[in-house]
Write a protein that binds this ligand. Sequence first.
Ligand code: XUL
Ligand code: MN
Length: 346
Amino acid sequence: MAKAHTYKFCFGPWNLSEGADPYGPTTRSAQSFAWKLEQLKHLGFDAMMFHDDDVAPDIDAKSEAQIRKEAKELRKRLDGEGIIAEMVAPRLWFAPQTIDGAYTNNDPKCRQYAIDRSLRTLDIARILGTDLIVLWLAREGTYLREAKRGRRSVELLVEAVDKMLAHDKKVRIAIEPKPNEPMDHAYLPTIGHALAFAQLTCDSKRVGALIETAHCILAGLDPADEIDFAMSFDKLWSLHLNDQNGLKFDQDKPFASTNLRSAFNQVRVLEQNGYGKNGEYVCFDVHPFRTTKAEHWLAHLDNSRRTFLRLVEKARSFNEAKAKQLIADRDYQALDQMVIEHLLGR
Ligand code: XUL
Ligand code: MN
């Protein structure tokens, strides 16, 4: 077990969402961005993750100079409040140009839009003081596979990432895989795909991954194994912990809400691999339930962090010597019960 260390925590403005879903409107009235920033420190979090248009709203209508100016203003505010910018991600799934994909769009003008916007995101990140860009490749896939050629799509993704790597020689790109939603099938659905893809880029050392619990579950994979896999390559540069109840829509439930044992195993492998020792943050990509009243708006973030810290204690107090002995005896029945009783508090 790696030496004990403390974790740093992070969330994004979208994690204080208003409760809208595809079937109904918001259930809480919108709060200002300033309010969201204020809550971060109160909750004991250290950093915020940003989409490009959190920094410069209505970004497509703004000049580069205006975007830089707004990024500088935000940087000043963050410095003043002692908040770190963990990453910036281009929100490439809202614009009319990205209806049929961003980097893999069949229309070259639309692909150019996606690349131009991504390069601006890199400029924003530099101003905010982070070298980490997250790419959730939301619409890089198809509703039907005959609509695009898979191999061509991989080449287009490489081309786009290469342009980003060339634009800023210090930037690191973390791919956040998700197998589906909004697309039927996404092109980089798992960590294995993301890390294999990195090898095709012009500077594979600067292309890594971000793991989200719910996305692993949607791919039918074990989140703890995905974490171990990425960390075997030193490529886990960020983390979105949450939970997910089976193969349904992306639920972004509070961490451990569905599967406490899986959450324990995720924390245990983070501990074993020393996640966070190179400055990585534990981010919670969680949403309040639609039913949540405004006065309980922050509870899902506070609870996720509390649960995480309790599970760190559980990982650190797990009787590893006893587990090793049971493994040597191949007494997995006893090992199973030992884990259950440990989580139950005995
Ligand atoms: C989508 C998702 C995004 C990314 C950031 O499922 O998880 O919120 O984390 O673009
Ligand atoms: Mn996420």
